[in-house]
Design a protein around this ligand. Structure first.
Ligand code: HEM
Length: 159
């Protein structure tokens, strides 16, 4: 008579296999190459698309260093190596944007350019949603221009 008893190899191993740590957004984007591609696409759009002309005009230099700085910052911000702080110290991103008057229009222009970038760079839908949310929050925090009652008084730099 053939037996239908328990299998010889236990289905649940006694020692659980170590699970790999959850991938960071940096890794899911494809590491250094992926982050570079995102930054390049963002600035290519800003330079080429007529609808971002105002945003482009705010940027004084548009040098390779502008791209490098965003890349170095995003590398750490997305969970990869921190390449920004060793070069420039703490990011203090909001403070570094004080020279530029950023209100809702500037925030929305920046976000439109980033949303187009996220749509056009290959990544999974879940990561795209996550990055969209994170960028939107950070871009909103960057506002420093007084506008009809929607800025806390202490945050205003440009009246
Ligand atoms: C809200 C709308 C924003 C506007 C209008 C804006 C505009 C600018 C401008 C004009 C510069 C100077 C570029 C240069 O010197 O060539 C700059 C620098 C920079 N921006 Fe933004 N930005 C915005 C949001 C953001 C956000 C959301 C991030 C990050 C998630 C970011 C990251 C950076 C970084 C890392 C630099 C370089 C800072 C430095 O070391 O000088 N910006 N931005």
């Amino acid at each position: 008579m053939t037996s239908v008893s328990a299998p010889v190899v236990p289905v649940v191993p006694e020692t659980p296999t170590p699970q790999p740590a959850a991938a960071t957004p940096y890794q899911r984007l494809g590491g250094e190459q992926g982050v570079r591609a995102l930054v390049d696409h963002f600035y290519d759009l800003m330079e080429l698309e007529p609808r971002y002309a105002d945003l482009r005009a705010m940027h004084p230099t548009h040098s390779a260093e502008t791209r490098d700085k965003l890349f170095w910052f995003l590398s750490g911000w997305l969970g990869g190596p921190d390449l920004y702080s060793p070069r420039f110290g703490h990011p203090r991103l909001r403070m570094r944007h004080f020279p530029y008057a950023i209100g809702t229009k500037e925030r929305d222009d920046w976000m439109a350019c980033m949303v187009q970038t996220l749509d056009e760079v290959e990544m999974d839908a879940d990561l795209r949603r996550q990055l969209h949310e994170a960028f939107a929050g950070t871009a909103d925090w960057m506002r420093n221009k007084a506008e009809q009652g929607n800025m806390p008084a202490g945050n205003v730099v440009h009246a």
